[in-house]
Design a protein around this ligand. Sequence first.
Ligand code: TEU
Length: 600
Amino acid sequence: MLPWPMEHLSWWKESAIYHIYPRSFADSDGDGIGDLKGIMDRLSYIQRLGAKAIWMGPVFRSPQVDNGYDVSDYRDVDPLFGTLADLEHLIEEAHRLGIRVLLDLVFNHTSDQHPWFRAATEGSGSRYNDYYVWRDPAPDGAPPNDWRSFFSIPAWTFHETRGQYYLHLFTPEQPDLNWENPEVRREMADIANFWLARGADGFRLDVINMISKKPGLPSLGGASPSGIYVDGPQVLPYIQELRSRMVTNREIALVGETPRITPSAARSYTDPRNAALNIVLLFDHLEVDHGPSGRWEHRAWTTGDLAGVIATWQQHLAAPSWPSIYLSNHDQPRIVSRYGSDLDYRYQSATALATVFYLQRGTPVVYQGEEIGMCNFPLESPDQIMDVESKNAYLDLVESAKLTPQEAIERVRHEARDNSRTPMQWSGRHNAGFSDASPWYPPNPDYHEWNVEAQEICHEAATSSVLCYYRALLALRRSYDALLQGDYVPLAPACVGASPGGPPPGDDFPPTGGTVFAFLRRLSSQAGTSQLSTVCLVAANLSDVPASWNQPTVAGLGGTFVLWNYPDGPRVRPQDQSPARAMAKGNPWRLRPWECVVLV
Ligand code: TEU
């Protein structure tokens, strides 16, 4: 264990980021849609949670085909959410509370209603002709290549007026910008500076690793898009140029959303020496349950699958790179339904997953509602699918894969993005306290029981509710340099199995096949002539079944339990609670269903 340089930690490393989906967070003006004033009224809630930064989904003018990820004016706020003055006021108020604000810039594409695209399609000669990716049809009139959109449709749409196809990696209403055009790159830098001048502390950059396409736009022929339109040849230089043009006297953070990113690209984009991104949002840990055809085909997964992906990425993005850590967002289902146990062990599994994720090395990004254990929406009918990606997936399964509507809804309902876009559940009162009007999407029927107000009981203990536990977890993370800066040593799934002599017969903690996810965080710092080493052990049983775990490493080190999620405290050893005894080698730890502990 090498002595680690105790660096001054940048704010975007030290602080958790709270991810807000504005449309569903809090409605202040009674139109059933969340807005900026609603967010401002709730900033103190975010402050109490312990997040010192927020990332807000896009609130710019948009036709809302993809809920704001189709921008028609980057320099104005959509009236759905309020005014430009409201956003400036929100930023000021957040700063007053010591909260930094990251805006969500959708730079890979605009809306087809953006003036640039409208000008580019109203005939030749417009200076905006080359702002997008236009190509002539193939000789037989087909699209220029075989690229598919991420939304289960072709990636090209023919525009009659121009007699050409234009590229859109998402919906036809989201034409891709042509970043090869220096004018486009200049425009995007100007937009970033418009918001930096209004106090933004940085940006989440939507699908930023897709802005460069390989010259010639070669067909994939079934191969991966890596190097073609994901992590294309100019992504790094374009990001570097964008950052070099940003004018600010503050330490800002650029968080790149980078689907399908490779480890080498992730290291390259976040290497401080490249002055490109500070953080990348990874995806592999949220794809262990994807089948061969991807998101819309479920695959059984194991704790080993999950722990393996995490250990791999922790290794790939070890210092000097820096990872992000997140459990869900507006594109993913609710984590307690996806990886947890939302019926029988909802509190336990929500807190166990949060512990083994947010105590890894990297910046936690907490998505609104996960901190109170919000779960998936009970989707039964395709009529309840409002999200364009999920709707397209359903139609594709019925029309192309020839599934019955019931089979298709069964495939889509667990992963649909609508699951994480239901209104934030503030109380058990009308519409979950989200709005006085009927919300744009119905609240999850469980809001009567699962809501902020019912969980604001933290004076009792961290184990009183998911919310109380999250507050304690984020506070714990900030209180140990080993958790902020330490390395990551995977232990999980441990060589689980019968300890020497095995548990006593009839023991209800049989050795299980690796449902325990555990790791160490270690940091050595020089204190005068002596070296001070801190070791944190994080362990959780990610299953509904009790587990016995031969913790193989820190025997005899003793230590103090500093966090646990069962109200009666850690019971890793039946006969006593002295950690020293609990650490004795060969004494298997017993972890109850979804039980997690942190030992320092
Ligand atoms: O998402 C990028 C992306 O690839 C998503 O489609 C996501 O990975 C997918 O839903 C997983 O199957 C960003 C935004 O977060 C998303 O909301 C937008 O729809 C998308 O870009 C287009 O802007």
